[in-house]
Design a protein around this ligand. Structure first.
Ligand SMILES: [Zn+2]
Length: 171
């Protein structure tokens, strides 16, 4: 009886620890880490060109846009996690992917809002909200307010900014 009573809180503590780890799977600075913010990484242009293809570089590092209906994921229905092509940070779950009809992969929610940085984009005579990877600053696409429930958001993302990996193995 005593052993069970003493062990129970320990199990709860361990479970809480696991949940916390899942919510924050990346190392963060111990100071100035107020809101679970992701620690940023930087690479030189040459380093980026080594890890990205020419097309990926144009979209992710130069805020390019792939042509609609041509990307590797616009019509993909396979389950998995969509990671940042630049640094592997988990961005979108296939469970939130939907067919927006636009020709680009679309998601109604992010895996973790802290993983995505939003920037006001006034290019092309429009006011839009650009989305970038919070860790490596790669351009992803834009987020709009015309998505489906429950969020009403539509994260419109370039396939070239993403890498689909298996949910269990991460590969
Ligand atoms: Zn990234």
């Amino acid at each position: 009886m005593i052993r069970f009573a003493a062990g129970t809180p320990l199990i709860i503590v361990l479970l809480l620890g696991l949940v916390a780890c899942n919510n924050q799977p990346y190392p963060t600075e111990s100071s100035n880490d107020m809101n679970n913010e992701v620690q940023t990484i930087t690479k030189t242009e040459e380093q980026w060109r080594q890890v990205l293809t020419e097309e990926e570089y144009r979209v992710a590092r130069e805020s390019g846009t792939e042509r609609a209906f041509t990307g590797r994921y616009w019509d993909t229905k396979a389950p998995g996690i969509y990671n940042c092509v630049g640094c592997g940070l988990a961005l979108f779950d296939s469970d939130t992917k939907f067919d927006s009809g636009s020709g680009w992969p679309a998601y109604y929610d992010a895996i973790n809002k802290n993983h995505i940085k939003e920037i006001t984009d006034t290019s092309h005579g429009m006011v839009r909200t650009e989305i970038r990877c919070a860790r490596c600053d790669s351009h992803l696409g834009h987020v709009f307010n015309d998505g489906p429930r429950p969020t009403g958001l539509r994260y419109c993302v370039n396939s070239l900014s993403l890498k689909l990996v298996d949910k269990d193995t991460g590969e």
